[in-house]
Design a protein around this ligand. Structure first.
Ligand code: RUB
Length: 321
């Protein structure tokens, strides 16, 4: 149709779906930037340049294309909501400016929130601590980086995080911060918890009951950490709060391709078996010591108060047709 998403939006959506762009915060800022690119393109395109209603429709279509990429990280729809709810104006120029400004403001807020929560998370870490990480979370890394900047000496045990081994990204990032890293396979985590002072993970979504949705394996790690007496925090800026859970909805857990788990040759050799590849799991609030946000740290059970304050109006879908 005339209001089809611009190529830049399709490219971003494809990059999110294939996980070239991944991690909840990075997905959110890429989505906000793609809406700005859509606004710039639509302000030039024949079908939309002089038709405010067609312009708006093209932004909603771009929002739907981005929304359909991956289901679990709520930062994606929260980013789309932030930008599209600020789209306003009588003319296409005014509409474009409002979208570009909202997108810029969103990305700036995201960066600031990450810096602010990093300071909070860093205060939970002590000089000489060894931390254990799971997956690759920029919010979790911000806490470790801030601790290092406070002059604390921190070392890390990094879980590789099957099947996609995002732990490798974390290991490299920590090494660049000057943090000594030991990389382990996921199944070695409980053994190494004896040598760890704090577990630090991120989140893709936080539910109203304080449940933390993060990379598959987080819940088992949290249960083991509790059993070992090791504190565990999730570093999650407030765009990770999932507004639909305020009204009883659950968070959809993405099921990914079995090819990520097992090569076709090995699969054929085994014969007829089922292979499943859930990308995320839910850590019950009783196994998480703290949710660290840019507004300070919260016990998971009280996060609902902050959620009501910030997302009380519920979960509008400004990208709907
Ligand atoms: C990434 C993941 C990360 C969170 C938080 O999963 O589970 O822990 O997204 O990341 P995937 P951040 O690799 O499947 O996207 O703190 O950077 O938002």
């Amino acid at each position: 149709t005339d209001t089809e998403p611009a190529p830049a939006v399709r490219e971003t959506a494809e990059a999110i779906a294939t996980m070239e762009i991944r991690g909840a915060a990075t997905i959110a800022s890429a989505a906000a930037e793609a809406l700005a690119e859509q606004a710039e393109a639509a302000a030039e395109a024949d079908a939309t340049a002089s038709d405010p209603e067609a312009f708006r429709a093209s932004l909603r279509a771009a929002g739907r294309t981005l929304r359909e990429t991956r289901p679990t990280a709520v930062s994606l729809p929260n980013a789309l909501r932030y930008v599209l709810q600020r789209m306003e104006g009588e003319t296409v120029d005014a509409l474009r400016d409002s979208v570009v400004d909202a997108s810029d403001a969103f990305v700036r807020q995201l960066d600031r929130a990450q810096d602010d929560l990093g300071e909070v998370g860093a205060n939970r870490l002590a000089d000489g601590d060894t931390v254990m990480t799971h997956c690759h979370s920029t919010d979790a890394l911000a806490c470790i980086e801030a601790a290092v900047e406070q002059g604390k000496s921190i070392s890390a045990v990094v879980k590789e995080t099957r099947p996609r081994q995002q732990g490798h990204i974390t290991a490299e990032a920590l090494r660049e911060m000057g943090v000594p890293v030991t990389l382990i396979v996921d199944s070695a985590a409980r053994r190494y918890l004896d040598e760890v002072d704090h577990v630090v993970v991120g989140a893709d979504s936080i539910a109203a009951d304080g449940g933390v949705i993060n990379k598959i394996g987080t819940s088992g790690l949290a249960v083991n950490a509790r059993e070992r007496g090791v504190p565990i925090m999730t570093a999650a800026q407030t765009i990770k709060l999932h507004p639909e859970t305020l009204t009883g909805h659950t968070v959809e857990i993405e099921m990914r391709d079995e090819a990520e788990v097992i090569e076709s040759e090995a699969r054929e050799a085994i014969g007829e078996v089922a292979v499943e590849n859930p990308a995320f799991d839910v850590t019950p609030p009783r196994y998480m010591d703290a949710i660290v946000t840019e507004h300070g740290q919260f016990p998971p059970e009280s996060i609902v108060t902050l959620m009501r304050e910030l997302f009380g109006e519920g979960a509008a879908e400004p990208w709907a047709e």
